[in-house]
Design a protein around this ligand. Structure first.
Ligand code: NAD
Ligand code: ISE
Length: 346
């Protein structure tokens, strides 16, 4: 059985996911694509999924009877429209993060999904599928380091493109930590603070870079994260949990250790595509398998909503310098079904 997928948005990650869903993973094929840049969509289809229909709009793609499930990889501000269209058509939809750009928009998706009567939405929080984060969660859950007290993280990108502006350090980048740490600790957040410091001369335009984000969880765990998106040296994701009896750290990606010319060195990956290549594969294979079986078990629309509430609070904290409370609606019982393993899955 092959799941026929339509992909809306054929930019960087859209092309990555088309390559996965058409040829790399088992049980799926990409039968339709669309992008506001139609030429780019046509070129991507020709290269990655020849024969796929190139639709004029995302809505046309959703309406295509051959499309059984939808993948949304367009720019964040367009996600809400396409996810709501897929829900209206009762088609399962995998949406890259962020689910939508505001908490209100995410809540509209939550309400539409509940009204549809069955889970249809998965959000692309792929770090939950990364082997390193899974091992780290096992270490925390096993109690080996005692109760978690503090978490130290860094999210560093070598550089960012010109369209990366404003608060994208939070809404596009830190949103990964927001989701994965909530899953890792099985906890929710209660407050956020942002501490800005000296600005790197490598930051483009008026972008503020780097800064520190401090989160407090319901259980009292304190999390500090350095967000630094023009660090130059590579793509670097760090996470260390400090417990009552020890610490546990995210493993570094495997790299050959070299000795040469009086130096010891090992390569650092330069972007997210390679750093999380296996996690994306596992994530999408799981989505294909679950979708084909009529289930939905990954990060839910509710997780997307809670991430947006947190990211909205971080944006306000960055603007005001205040410690901002994080207040979300109560989780509807509907979402208990999508998290069968552990308190919050996947
Ligand atoms: P990109 O700019 O390379 O590609 C986005 C594409 O969307 C472009 O081709 C653009 O023309 C298209 N698009 C924009 N509005 C559209 C609309 N209304 N209808 C159809 N197409 C439209 O960006 P990207 O890096 O591929 O990011 C896309 C999404 O994926 C973003 O939400 C981003 O946050 C997310 N992303 C996630 C990860 C991850 O690690 N999970 C990594 C990269 C990007
Ligand atoms: C990008 O959209 C991603 O999701 C990457 O994982 C992240 O590291 C990067 O900062 C974002 O811009």
């Amino acid at each position: 059985m092959t799941l026929n997928v339509g992909v809306i948005g054929t930019g960087a990650i859209g092309q990555e996911h088309i390559g996965r869903l058409h040829g790399k993973l088992a049980g799926s094929a990409v039968v339709a694509v669309s992008d506001i840049d139609r030429d780019q969509a046509a070129a991507a289809a020709q290269r990655l999924c020849p024969g796929a229909t190139v639709h004029r709009s995302g809505q046309d793609l959703v309406d295509d009877p051959r499309v059984e499930a939808v993948v949304v990889t367009s720019w964040g501000p367009s996600h809400e429209e396409f996810v709501l269209a897929a829900i209206a058509a009762r088609k399962p939809v995998f949406c890259e993060k962020p689910l939508a750009v505001t908490a209100e928009a995410c809540l509209r998706i939550v309400h539409a999904e509940i009204a549809a009567g069955r889970p249809l939405v998965q959000v692309g929080f792929m770090r939950r599928y990364d082997q390193g984060y899974r091992l780290l969660k096992d270490a925390v859950v096993s109690g080996t380091i005692g109760a978690p007290l503090l978490v130290h993280c860094a999210h560093r990108n070598a550089s960012v493109p010109p369209h990366y502006t404003g608060d994208m350090g939070i809404t596009d980048t830190f949103i990964h930590e927001i989701d994965v740490l909530r899953w890792l600790l099985d906890d929710d957040y209660v407050s956020a603070q942002v501490v800005k410091g000296r600005r790197t001369r490598h930051a483009p335009g008026t972008l503020e870079d780097p800064y520190m984000i401090l989160l407090e969880t319901r259980d009292g765990v304190r999390i500090d994260t350095e967000v630094f998106v023009n660090c130059r040296f590579g793509y670097d994701i760090q996470c260390q949990v400090v417990g009552e009896d020890g610490t546990a750290s995210l493993p570094e990606p495997a790299a050959v250790a070299m000795r040469r010319d009086g130096q010891r060195s090992s390569a650092i990956l330069m972007d997210w595509k390679l750093r999380f290549v296996d996690a994306y594969d596992v994530e999408l294979q799981d989505w294909v398998d679950a979708t084909a079986a009529g289930a939905m078990r990954g990060p839910s629309a509710w997780d997307g909503y809670f991430a947006a509430v947190t990211s909205d609070a971080c944006v306000e904290a960055k603007r005001t310098g205040a410690i901002v409370p994080i207040v979300a609606d109560g989780r509807p019982a509907f979402y208990d079904r999508q998290t069968p393993t552990g308190r919050r899955g996947p």
